[in-house]
Design a protein around this ligand. Structure first.
Ligand code: 13P
Ligand code: SF4
Length: 360
């Protein structure tokens, strides 16, 4: 029964007190969000993990790459020194909570792409940028090669950082965030070849295409956000005059270009919060967040941008039974679903993450 699980979860929370920190991403279900200490978008969650002080355990209600990032940041050398070497343990309630976009770029594919492109362009002048939605090994690749991590809330500033240091950017795994951000910097689509890791040669590109590139985009996408289409935007504008369209930059260019506002989940929430009563919105991002905004803002009219259900099935894997099971095991001294990044990968990922945290 949900009520029984809620009571059991709260019992462990009060027993463990400050030694336990439960973090939740905005796409989590309401019933999970209700048990989190802090919630945020990917950037905020990274900052929270980096700042964690008194806790011994972080239970991460989100997806795998977020828990990896929390492990790297919460256990970086300066934090370990403050805690006399004591590590923070990071737990992910369901190990199957991955991210299909992150899975579209494997380290071996990225390394092979780097080597292949180095036959045409000078990779010394290419800055690799990984979206935070990626395995730690890709963040480590960026750390080793003078690159950086970005989130949807700082992608523009990160690309500007990259162009101060190199001539081109290699952006993975989300082609849409990369394209939408580069377009905002005035880069033409003809300077954005897409690298297909399954193409036989040069990621399916010509040598001339790579030579004139400003950003080489990885052929990856979010299966949730690619469902939003320009015809949905047009349909809402026709049926609801005055409606505003608010989307996440993981949406394809055709949607992002015609939206009124585009931004991270944190920006989406702030935009709605700061709008006057009576504002009409059609929002293109994960369903659970849109439904929560609808419930929290009855003074506004909020619609889901797509006629079909777009929810993140992996975020949804974190539910009350998994959360309760993880917490009760922890209380009983059994660690389940621990996320611990390999030392060498952690060291180099941290280089790329710290570069990101320093970009303002
Ligand atoms: P945010 O950083 O905007 O929270 O995005 C995370 C994510 O996975 C969006 O699909
Ligand atoms: Fe990954 Fe898309 Fe889910 Fe975000 S919404 S976690 S990008 S699959």
């Amino acid at each position: 029964q949900p009520e029984e699980l809620q009571t059991r979860i709260e019992a462990v929370r009060s027993e463990l007190g400050d030694s336990l920190l439960i973090l939740g991403h905005h796409y989590q279900q309401d019933e999970v969000i209700a048990h989190t200490d802090l919630r945020g978008d990917s950037y905020k969650l990274s900052e929270m993990a980096a700042a964690s002080r008194s806790c011994r355990t972080i239970v991460f209600c989100g997806v795998h790459f977020m828990a990896e990032t929390a492990d790297i940041l919460a256990n970086r050398p300066e934090k370990l020194a403050q805690r006399d070497g004591q590590r923070v343990t990071v737990l992910l309630p369901d190990m199957a909570a991955g991210c299909s976009m992150a899975d579209m770029a494997a380290i071996k594919q990225v390394e092979a792409a780097w080597e292949d492109m180095s036959e045409v362009i000078d990779t010394e002048r290419v800055i690799p940028v990984t979206y935070i939605n990626s395995a730690a090994s890709l963040k480590a690749f960026c750390g080793r090669h003078g690159g950086i991590v970005c989130t949807s809330s700082n992608a523009r500033a990160v690309l500007e950082w990259a162009y101060e240091r190199g001539d081109r950017v290699f952006f993975f795994p989300d082609q849409h965030l990369g394209r939408n951000t580069a377009l905002g910097l005035g880069i033409g689509e003809d300077q954005m070849p897409v690298w297909d890791p399954y193409a036989l040669e040069l990621g399916g590109n010509t040598e001339a295409g790579l030579e004139k590139s400003k950003v080489i985009l990885w052929k990856g996408h979010c299966s949730v956000h690619q469902m939003f289409r320009p015809e949905h935007v047009e349909g809402f504008r026709k049926q609801h005059p005055g409606i505003k369209i608010l989307v996440h930059p993981e949406c394809p260019r055709e949607v992002n270009d015609i939206a009124d506002v585009s931004g991270s989940t944190g920006k989406i929430i702030d935009t709605v919060r700061n709008s006057p009563a009576g504002t009409k919105w059609a929002i293109g991002t994960e369903l659970h967040l849109v439904n929560r905004l609808k419930a929290e803002h009855p003074e506004q009219e909020i619609h889901f941008l797509s006629p079909v259900v777009c929810m993140c099935a992996t975020m949804y894997r974190i539910d009350l039974p998994h959360l309760c099971w993880t917490l009760e095991n922890l209380r009983d001294g059994a660690i389940v679903n621990k996320i611990e990044v390999d030392d060498e990968i952690s060291k180099w990922s941290l280089v790329a993450l710290e570069r990101m945290l320093a970009v303002k």
